[in-house]
Design a protein around this ligand. Structure first.
Ligand code: KIV
Length: 270
């Protein structure tokens, strides 16, 4: 008789239920092997549109397409089993109307099997969030620094300073009231992130925000040191894999040139 271990994957309501408890560890993942590793340790995996930079080498997230998100989302869902997988809606896939957002979110959920989607924007997206949530699409909001608006924001600057803090609070409340189970708060002052966390019902997930948030997310490539020349100040580097990989590839190429590499395990006969 075969024995099946049943693992119940976390859902958006499970993440919401964790508000105010132990902090929720979250990371991005874009590929099968990293998804399997992140899944062993984190409660939420975000297939972030940051893959535009980390995987495709684009200058920003603006050029990321729905097809890219679906391809990577499917790989991450297939190679994870316990974490909630959230797939980012790319720029241009949801802003036009709530119907456009629903059509594309339904495609993302049906074709990847993910448990929720994420979209950027504050109070002006609340109507769309409400529309999606009422139709069965769990939504993670994203406020503060919203990278898809980099061209309008004039760069990747800290958000929520001074009078801007009131706008951020209003954005967070509007998204939470519209039904977001969580809100990512990116690159804001620690005090506004902490205040939002105590005042909204949704879980807050900080990135360069505040340790007071209900959870923390970072780009997995940043904590693994994959890009030695690009180190966001707020991301601690836990391993230097970029340098290690560069060294390993260099050693391999040197040995091939010098013909000093070990003989292959198997050689083909004529
Ligand atoms: O695309 C992304 O990786 C994000 C961050 C919140 C990590 O949106």
């Amino acid at each position: 008789m075969s024995q099946h271990k049943t693992i119940r994957r976390k859902t958006a309501p499970d993440i919401l239920a964790a508000k105010g408890g132990e902090a929720i560890p979250c990371l991005t993942a874009y590929t099968a092997p990293i998804a399997a590793m992140v899944d062993r340790h984190c409660d939420l995996i975000l297939v972030g549109d940051s893959l535009g930079m980390t995987v495709y080498g684009l200058p920003s997230t603006v050029g990321v397409t729905l097809d890219m998100m679906i391809a990577h989302g499917r790989a991450v869902v297939t190679h994870s089993e316990r974490a909630l997988v959230v797939v980012d809606m790319p720029f241009g896939a949801y802003e036009e109307s709530r119907e456009q957002a629903m059509r594309n979110a339904a495609r993302v959920m049906a074709e990847t099997g993910c448990g929720a989607i994420k979209l950027e924007g504050g109070a002006h997206m609340a109507e769309t969030v409400d529309f999606l949530v009422r139709r069965g699409v769990p939504v993670l909001g994203h406020i503060g620094l919203t990278p898809q608006s980099v061209n309008a924001l004039g760069g990747y600057k800290v958000q929520g300073r001074g009078a801007d803090a009131d706008r951020l609070m209003a954005d967070a409340k509007a998204l939470s009231d519209a039904g977001c189970f969580g809100v990512v708060i990116e690159k804001t002052t620690a005090s506004i992130a902490a205040k939002i966390t105590t005042e909204i019902a949704a879980v807050t997930i900080g990135i360069g925000g505040s340790p007071a948030c209900d959870g923390q997310i970072l780009v997995v490539d940043d904590i693994l040191g994959m890009f030695p020349d690009f180190r966001p100040k707020f991301a601690k580097v836990y391993a230097e894999l970029g340098e290690a990989a560069d060294k390993a590839i260099g050693a391999y190429a040197d040995e091939v040139r010098a013909r000093t590499f070990p003989a292959p395990v198997h050689t083909f006969k004529d």
